[in-house]
Design a protein. Structure first.
Length: 199
DNA sequence: AGGAAGATCTACT
DNA sequence: GTAGATCTTCCTA
């Protein structure tokens, strides 16, 4: 995939429920322009966080300083910290409906050597198979919280893959690492892909 | 002011 | 498989 082939995913793609956007994102590309180089990964694992009544979602206790990006328009980035790490979400639907999709794992496609350098590891399998690892590999920090992921100037955006993923190739399970609302089947991943974070 | 919690990851046995 | 590092925000007093 070269940069002249990138067809950016527009806002309307994200103006649906988190579950729908989560499934649609599987197989498409996450692109990061970093020091004039494109770092590209194929999205292989995501989780949906619901706009209402989802105890695990960061919107559950209302709008706060840390989660204000969730209350922006669809296609906005929500970057938040967890311990030492950052995690990247894309906001779905509209500002009245603060759901989002967490990007949990990507398969490195381009810029792998830079990703290795950013991560400080030398193994492909360990490069981007987790939400904190993605942000490290792609050098995504708090400065990206609230930016628009539907324009190339933001340096982070999504682009369509030529190959489509069929419904049967997407598995769903419970979400990972949460302590509340654990029963909901809102994690989606590409079947048999070696870069998912957990079996 | 202090402490707990959290959508994690690494290093060790 | 388990423990511990680590950091920002929020809650309670």
């Amino acid at each position: 995939m070269r940069k002249e082939n990138q067809i950016i995913i527009p806002r309307i793609f994200f103006e649906e429920s988190p579950e729908k956007v989560a499934k649609k994102l599987i197989g498409n590309f996450l692109v990061r322009e970093f020091e004039n180089i494109y770092l590209i990964g194929r999205i292989v694992e995501v989780e949906a966080y619901l706009p209402f009544n989802d105890e695990a979602a960061h919107n559950y206790k209302g709008k706060k300083k840390m989660n204000k990006s969730l209350f922006c328009q669809a296609g906005t980035a929500y970057v938040h910290s967890l311990r030492k790490y950052k995690l990247l979400d894309v906001v779905t639907e509209d500002p009245m409906s603060p759901g989002s999709v967490l990007i949990r794992a990507i398969e490195p496609i381009e810029g792998k050597e830079i990703m290795k350098k950013n991560r400080g590891v030398d193994s492909f399998e360990n490069l981007t198979n987790g939400p904190g690892k993605i942000c490290q590999a792609l050098n995504i920090n708090k400065d990206f919280d609230g930016i628009d992921l539907t324009v190339k100037e933001s340096k982070i955006f999504f682009s369509y893959s030529e190959s489509t993923v069929s419904e049967e190739d997407i598995c769903s399970t419970q979400r990972v690492g949460i302590t509340k609302a654990t029963h909901l089947p809102l994690r989606f991943y590409l079947k048999n892909n070696p870069f998912i974070s957990k079996k």
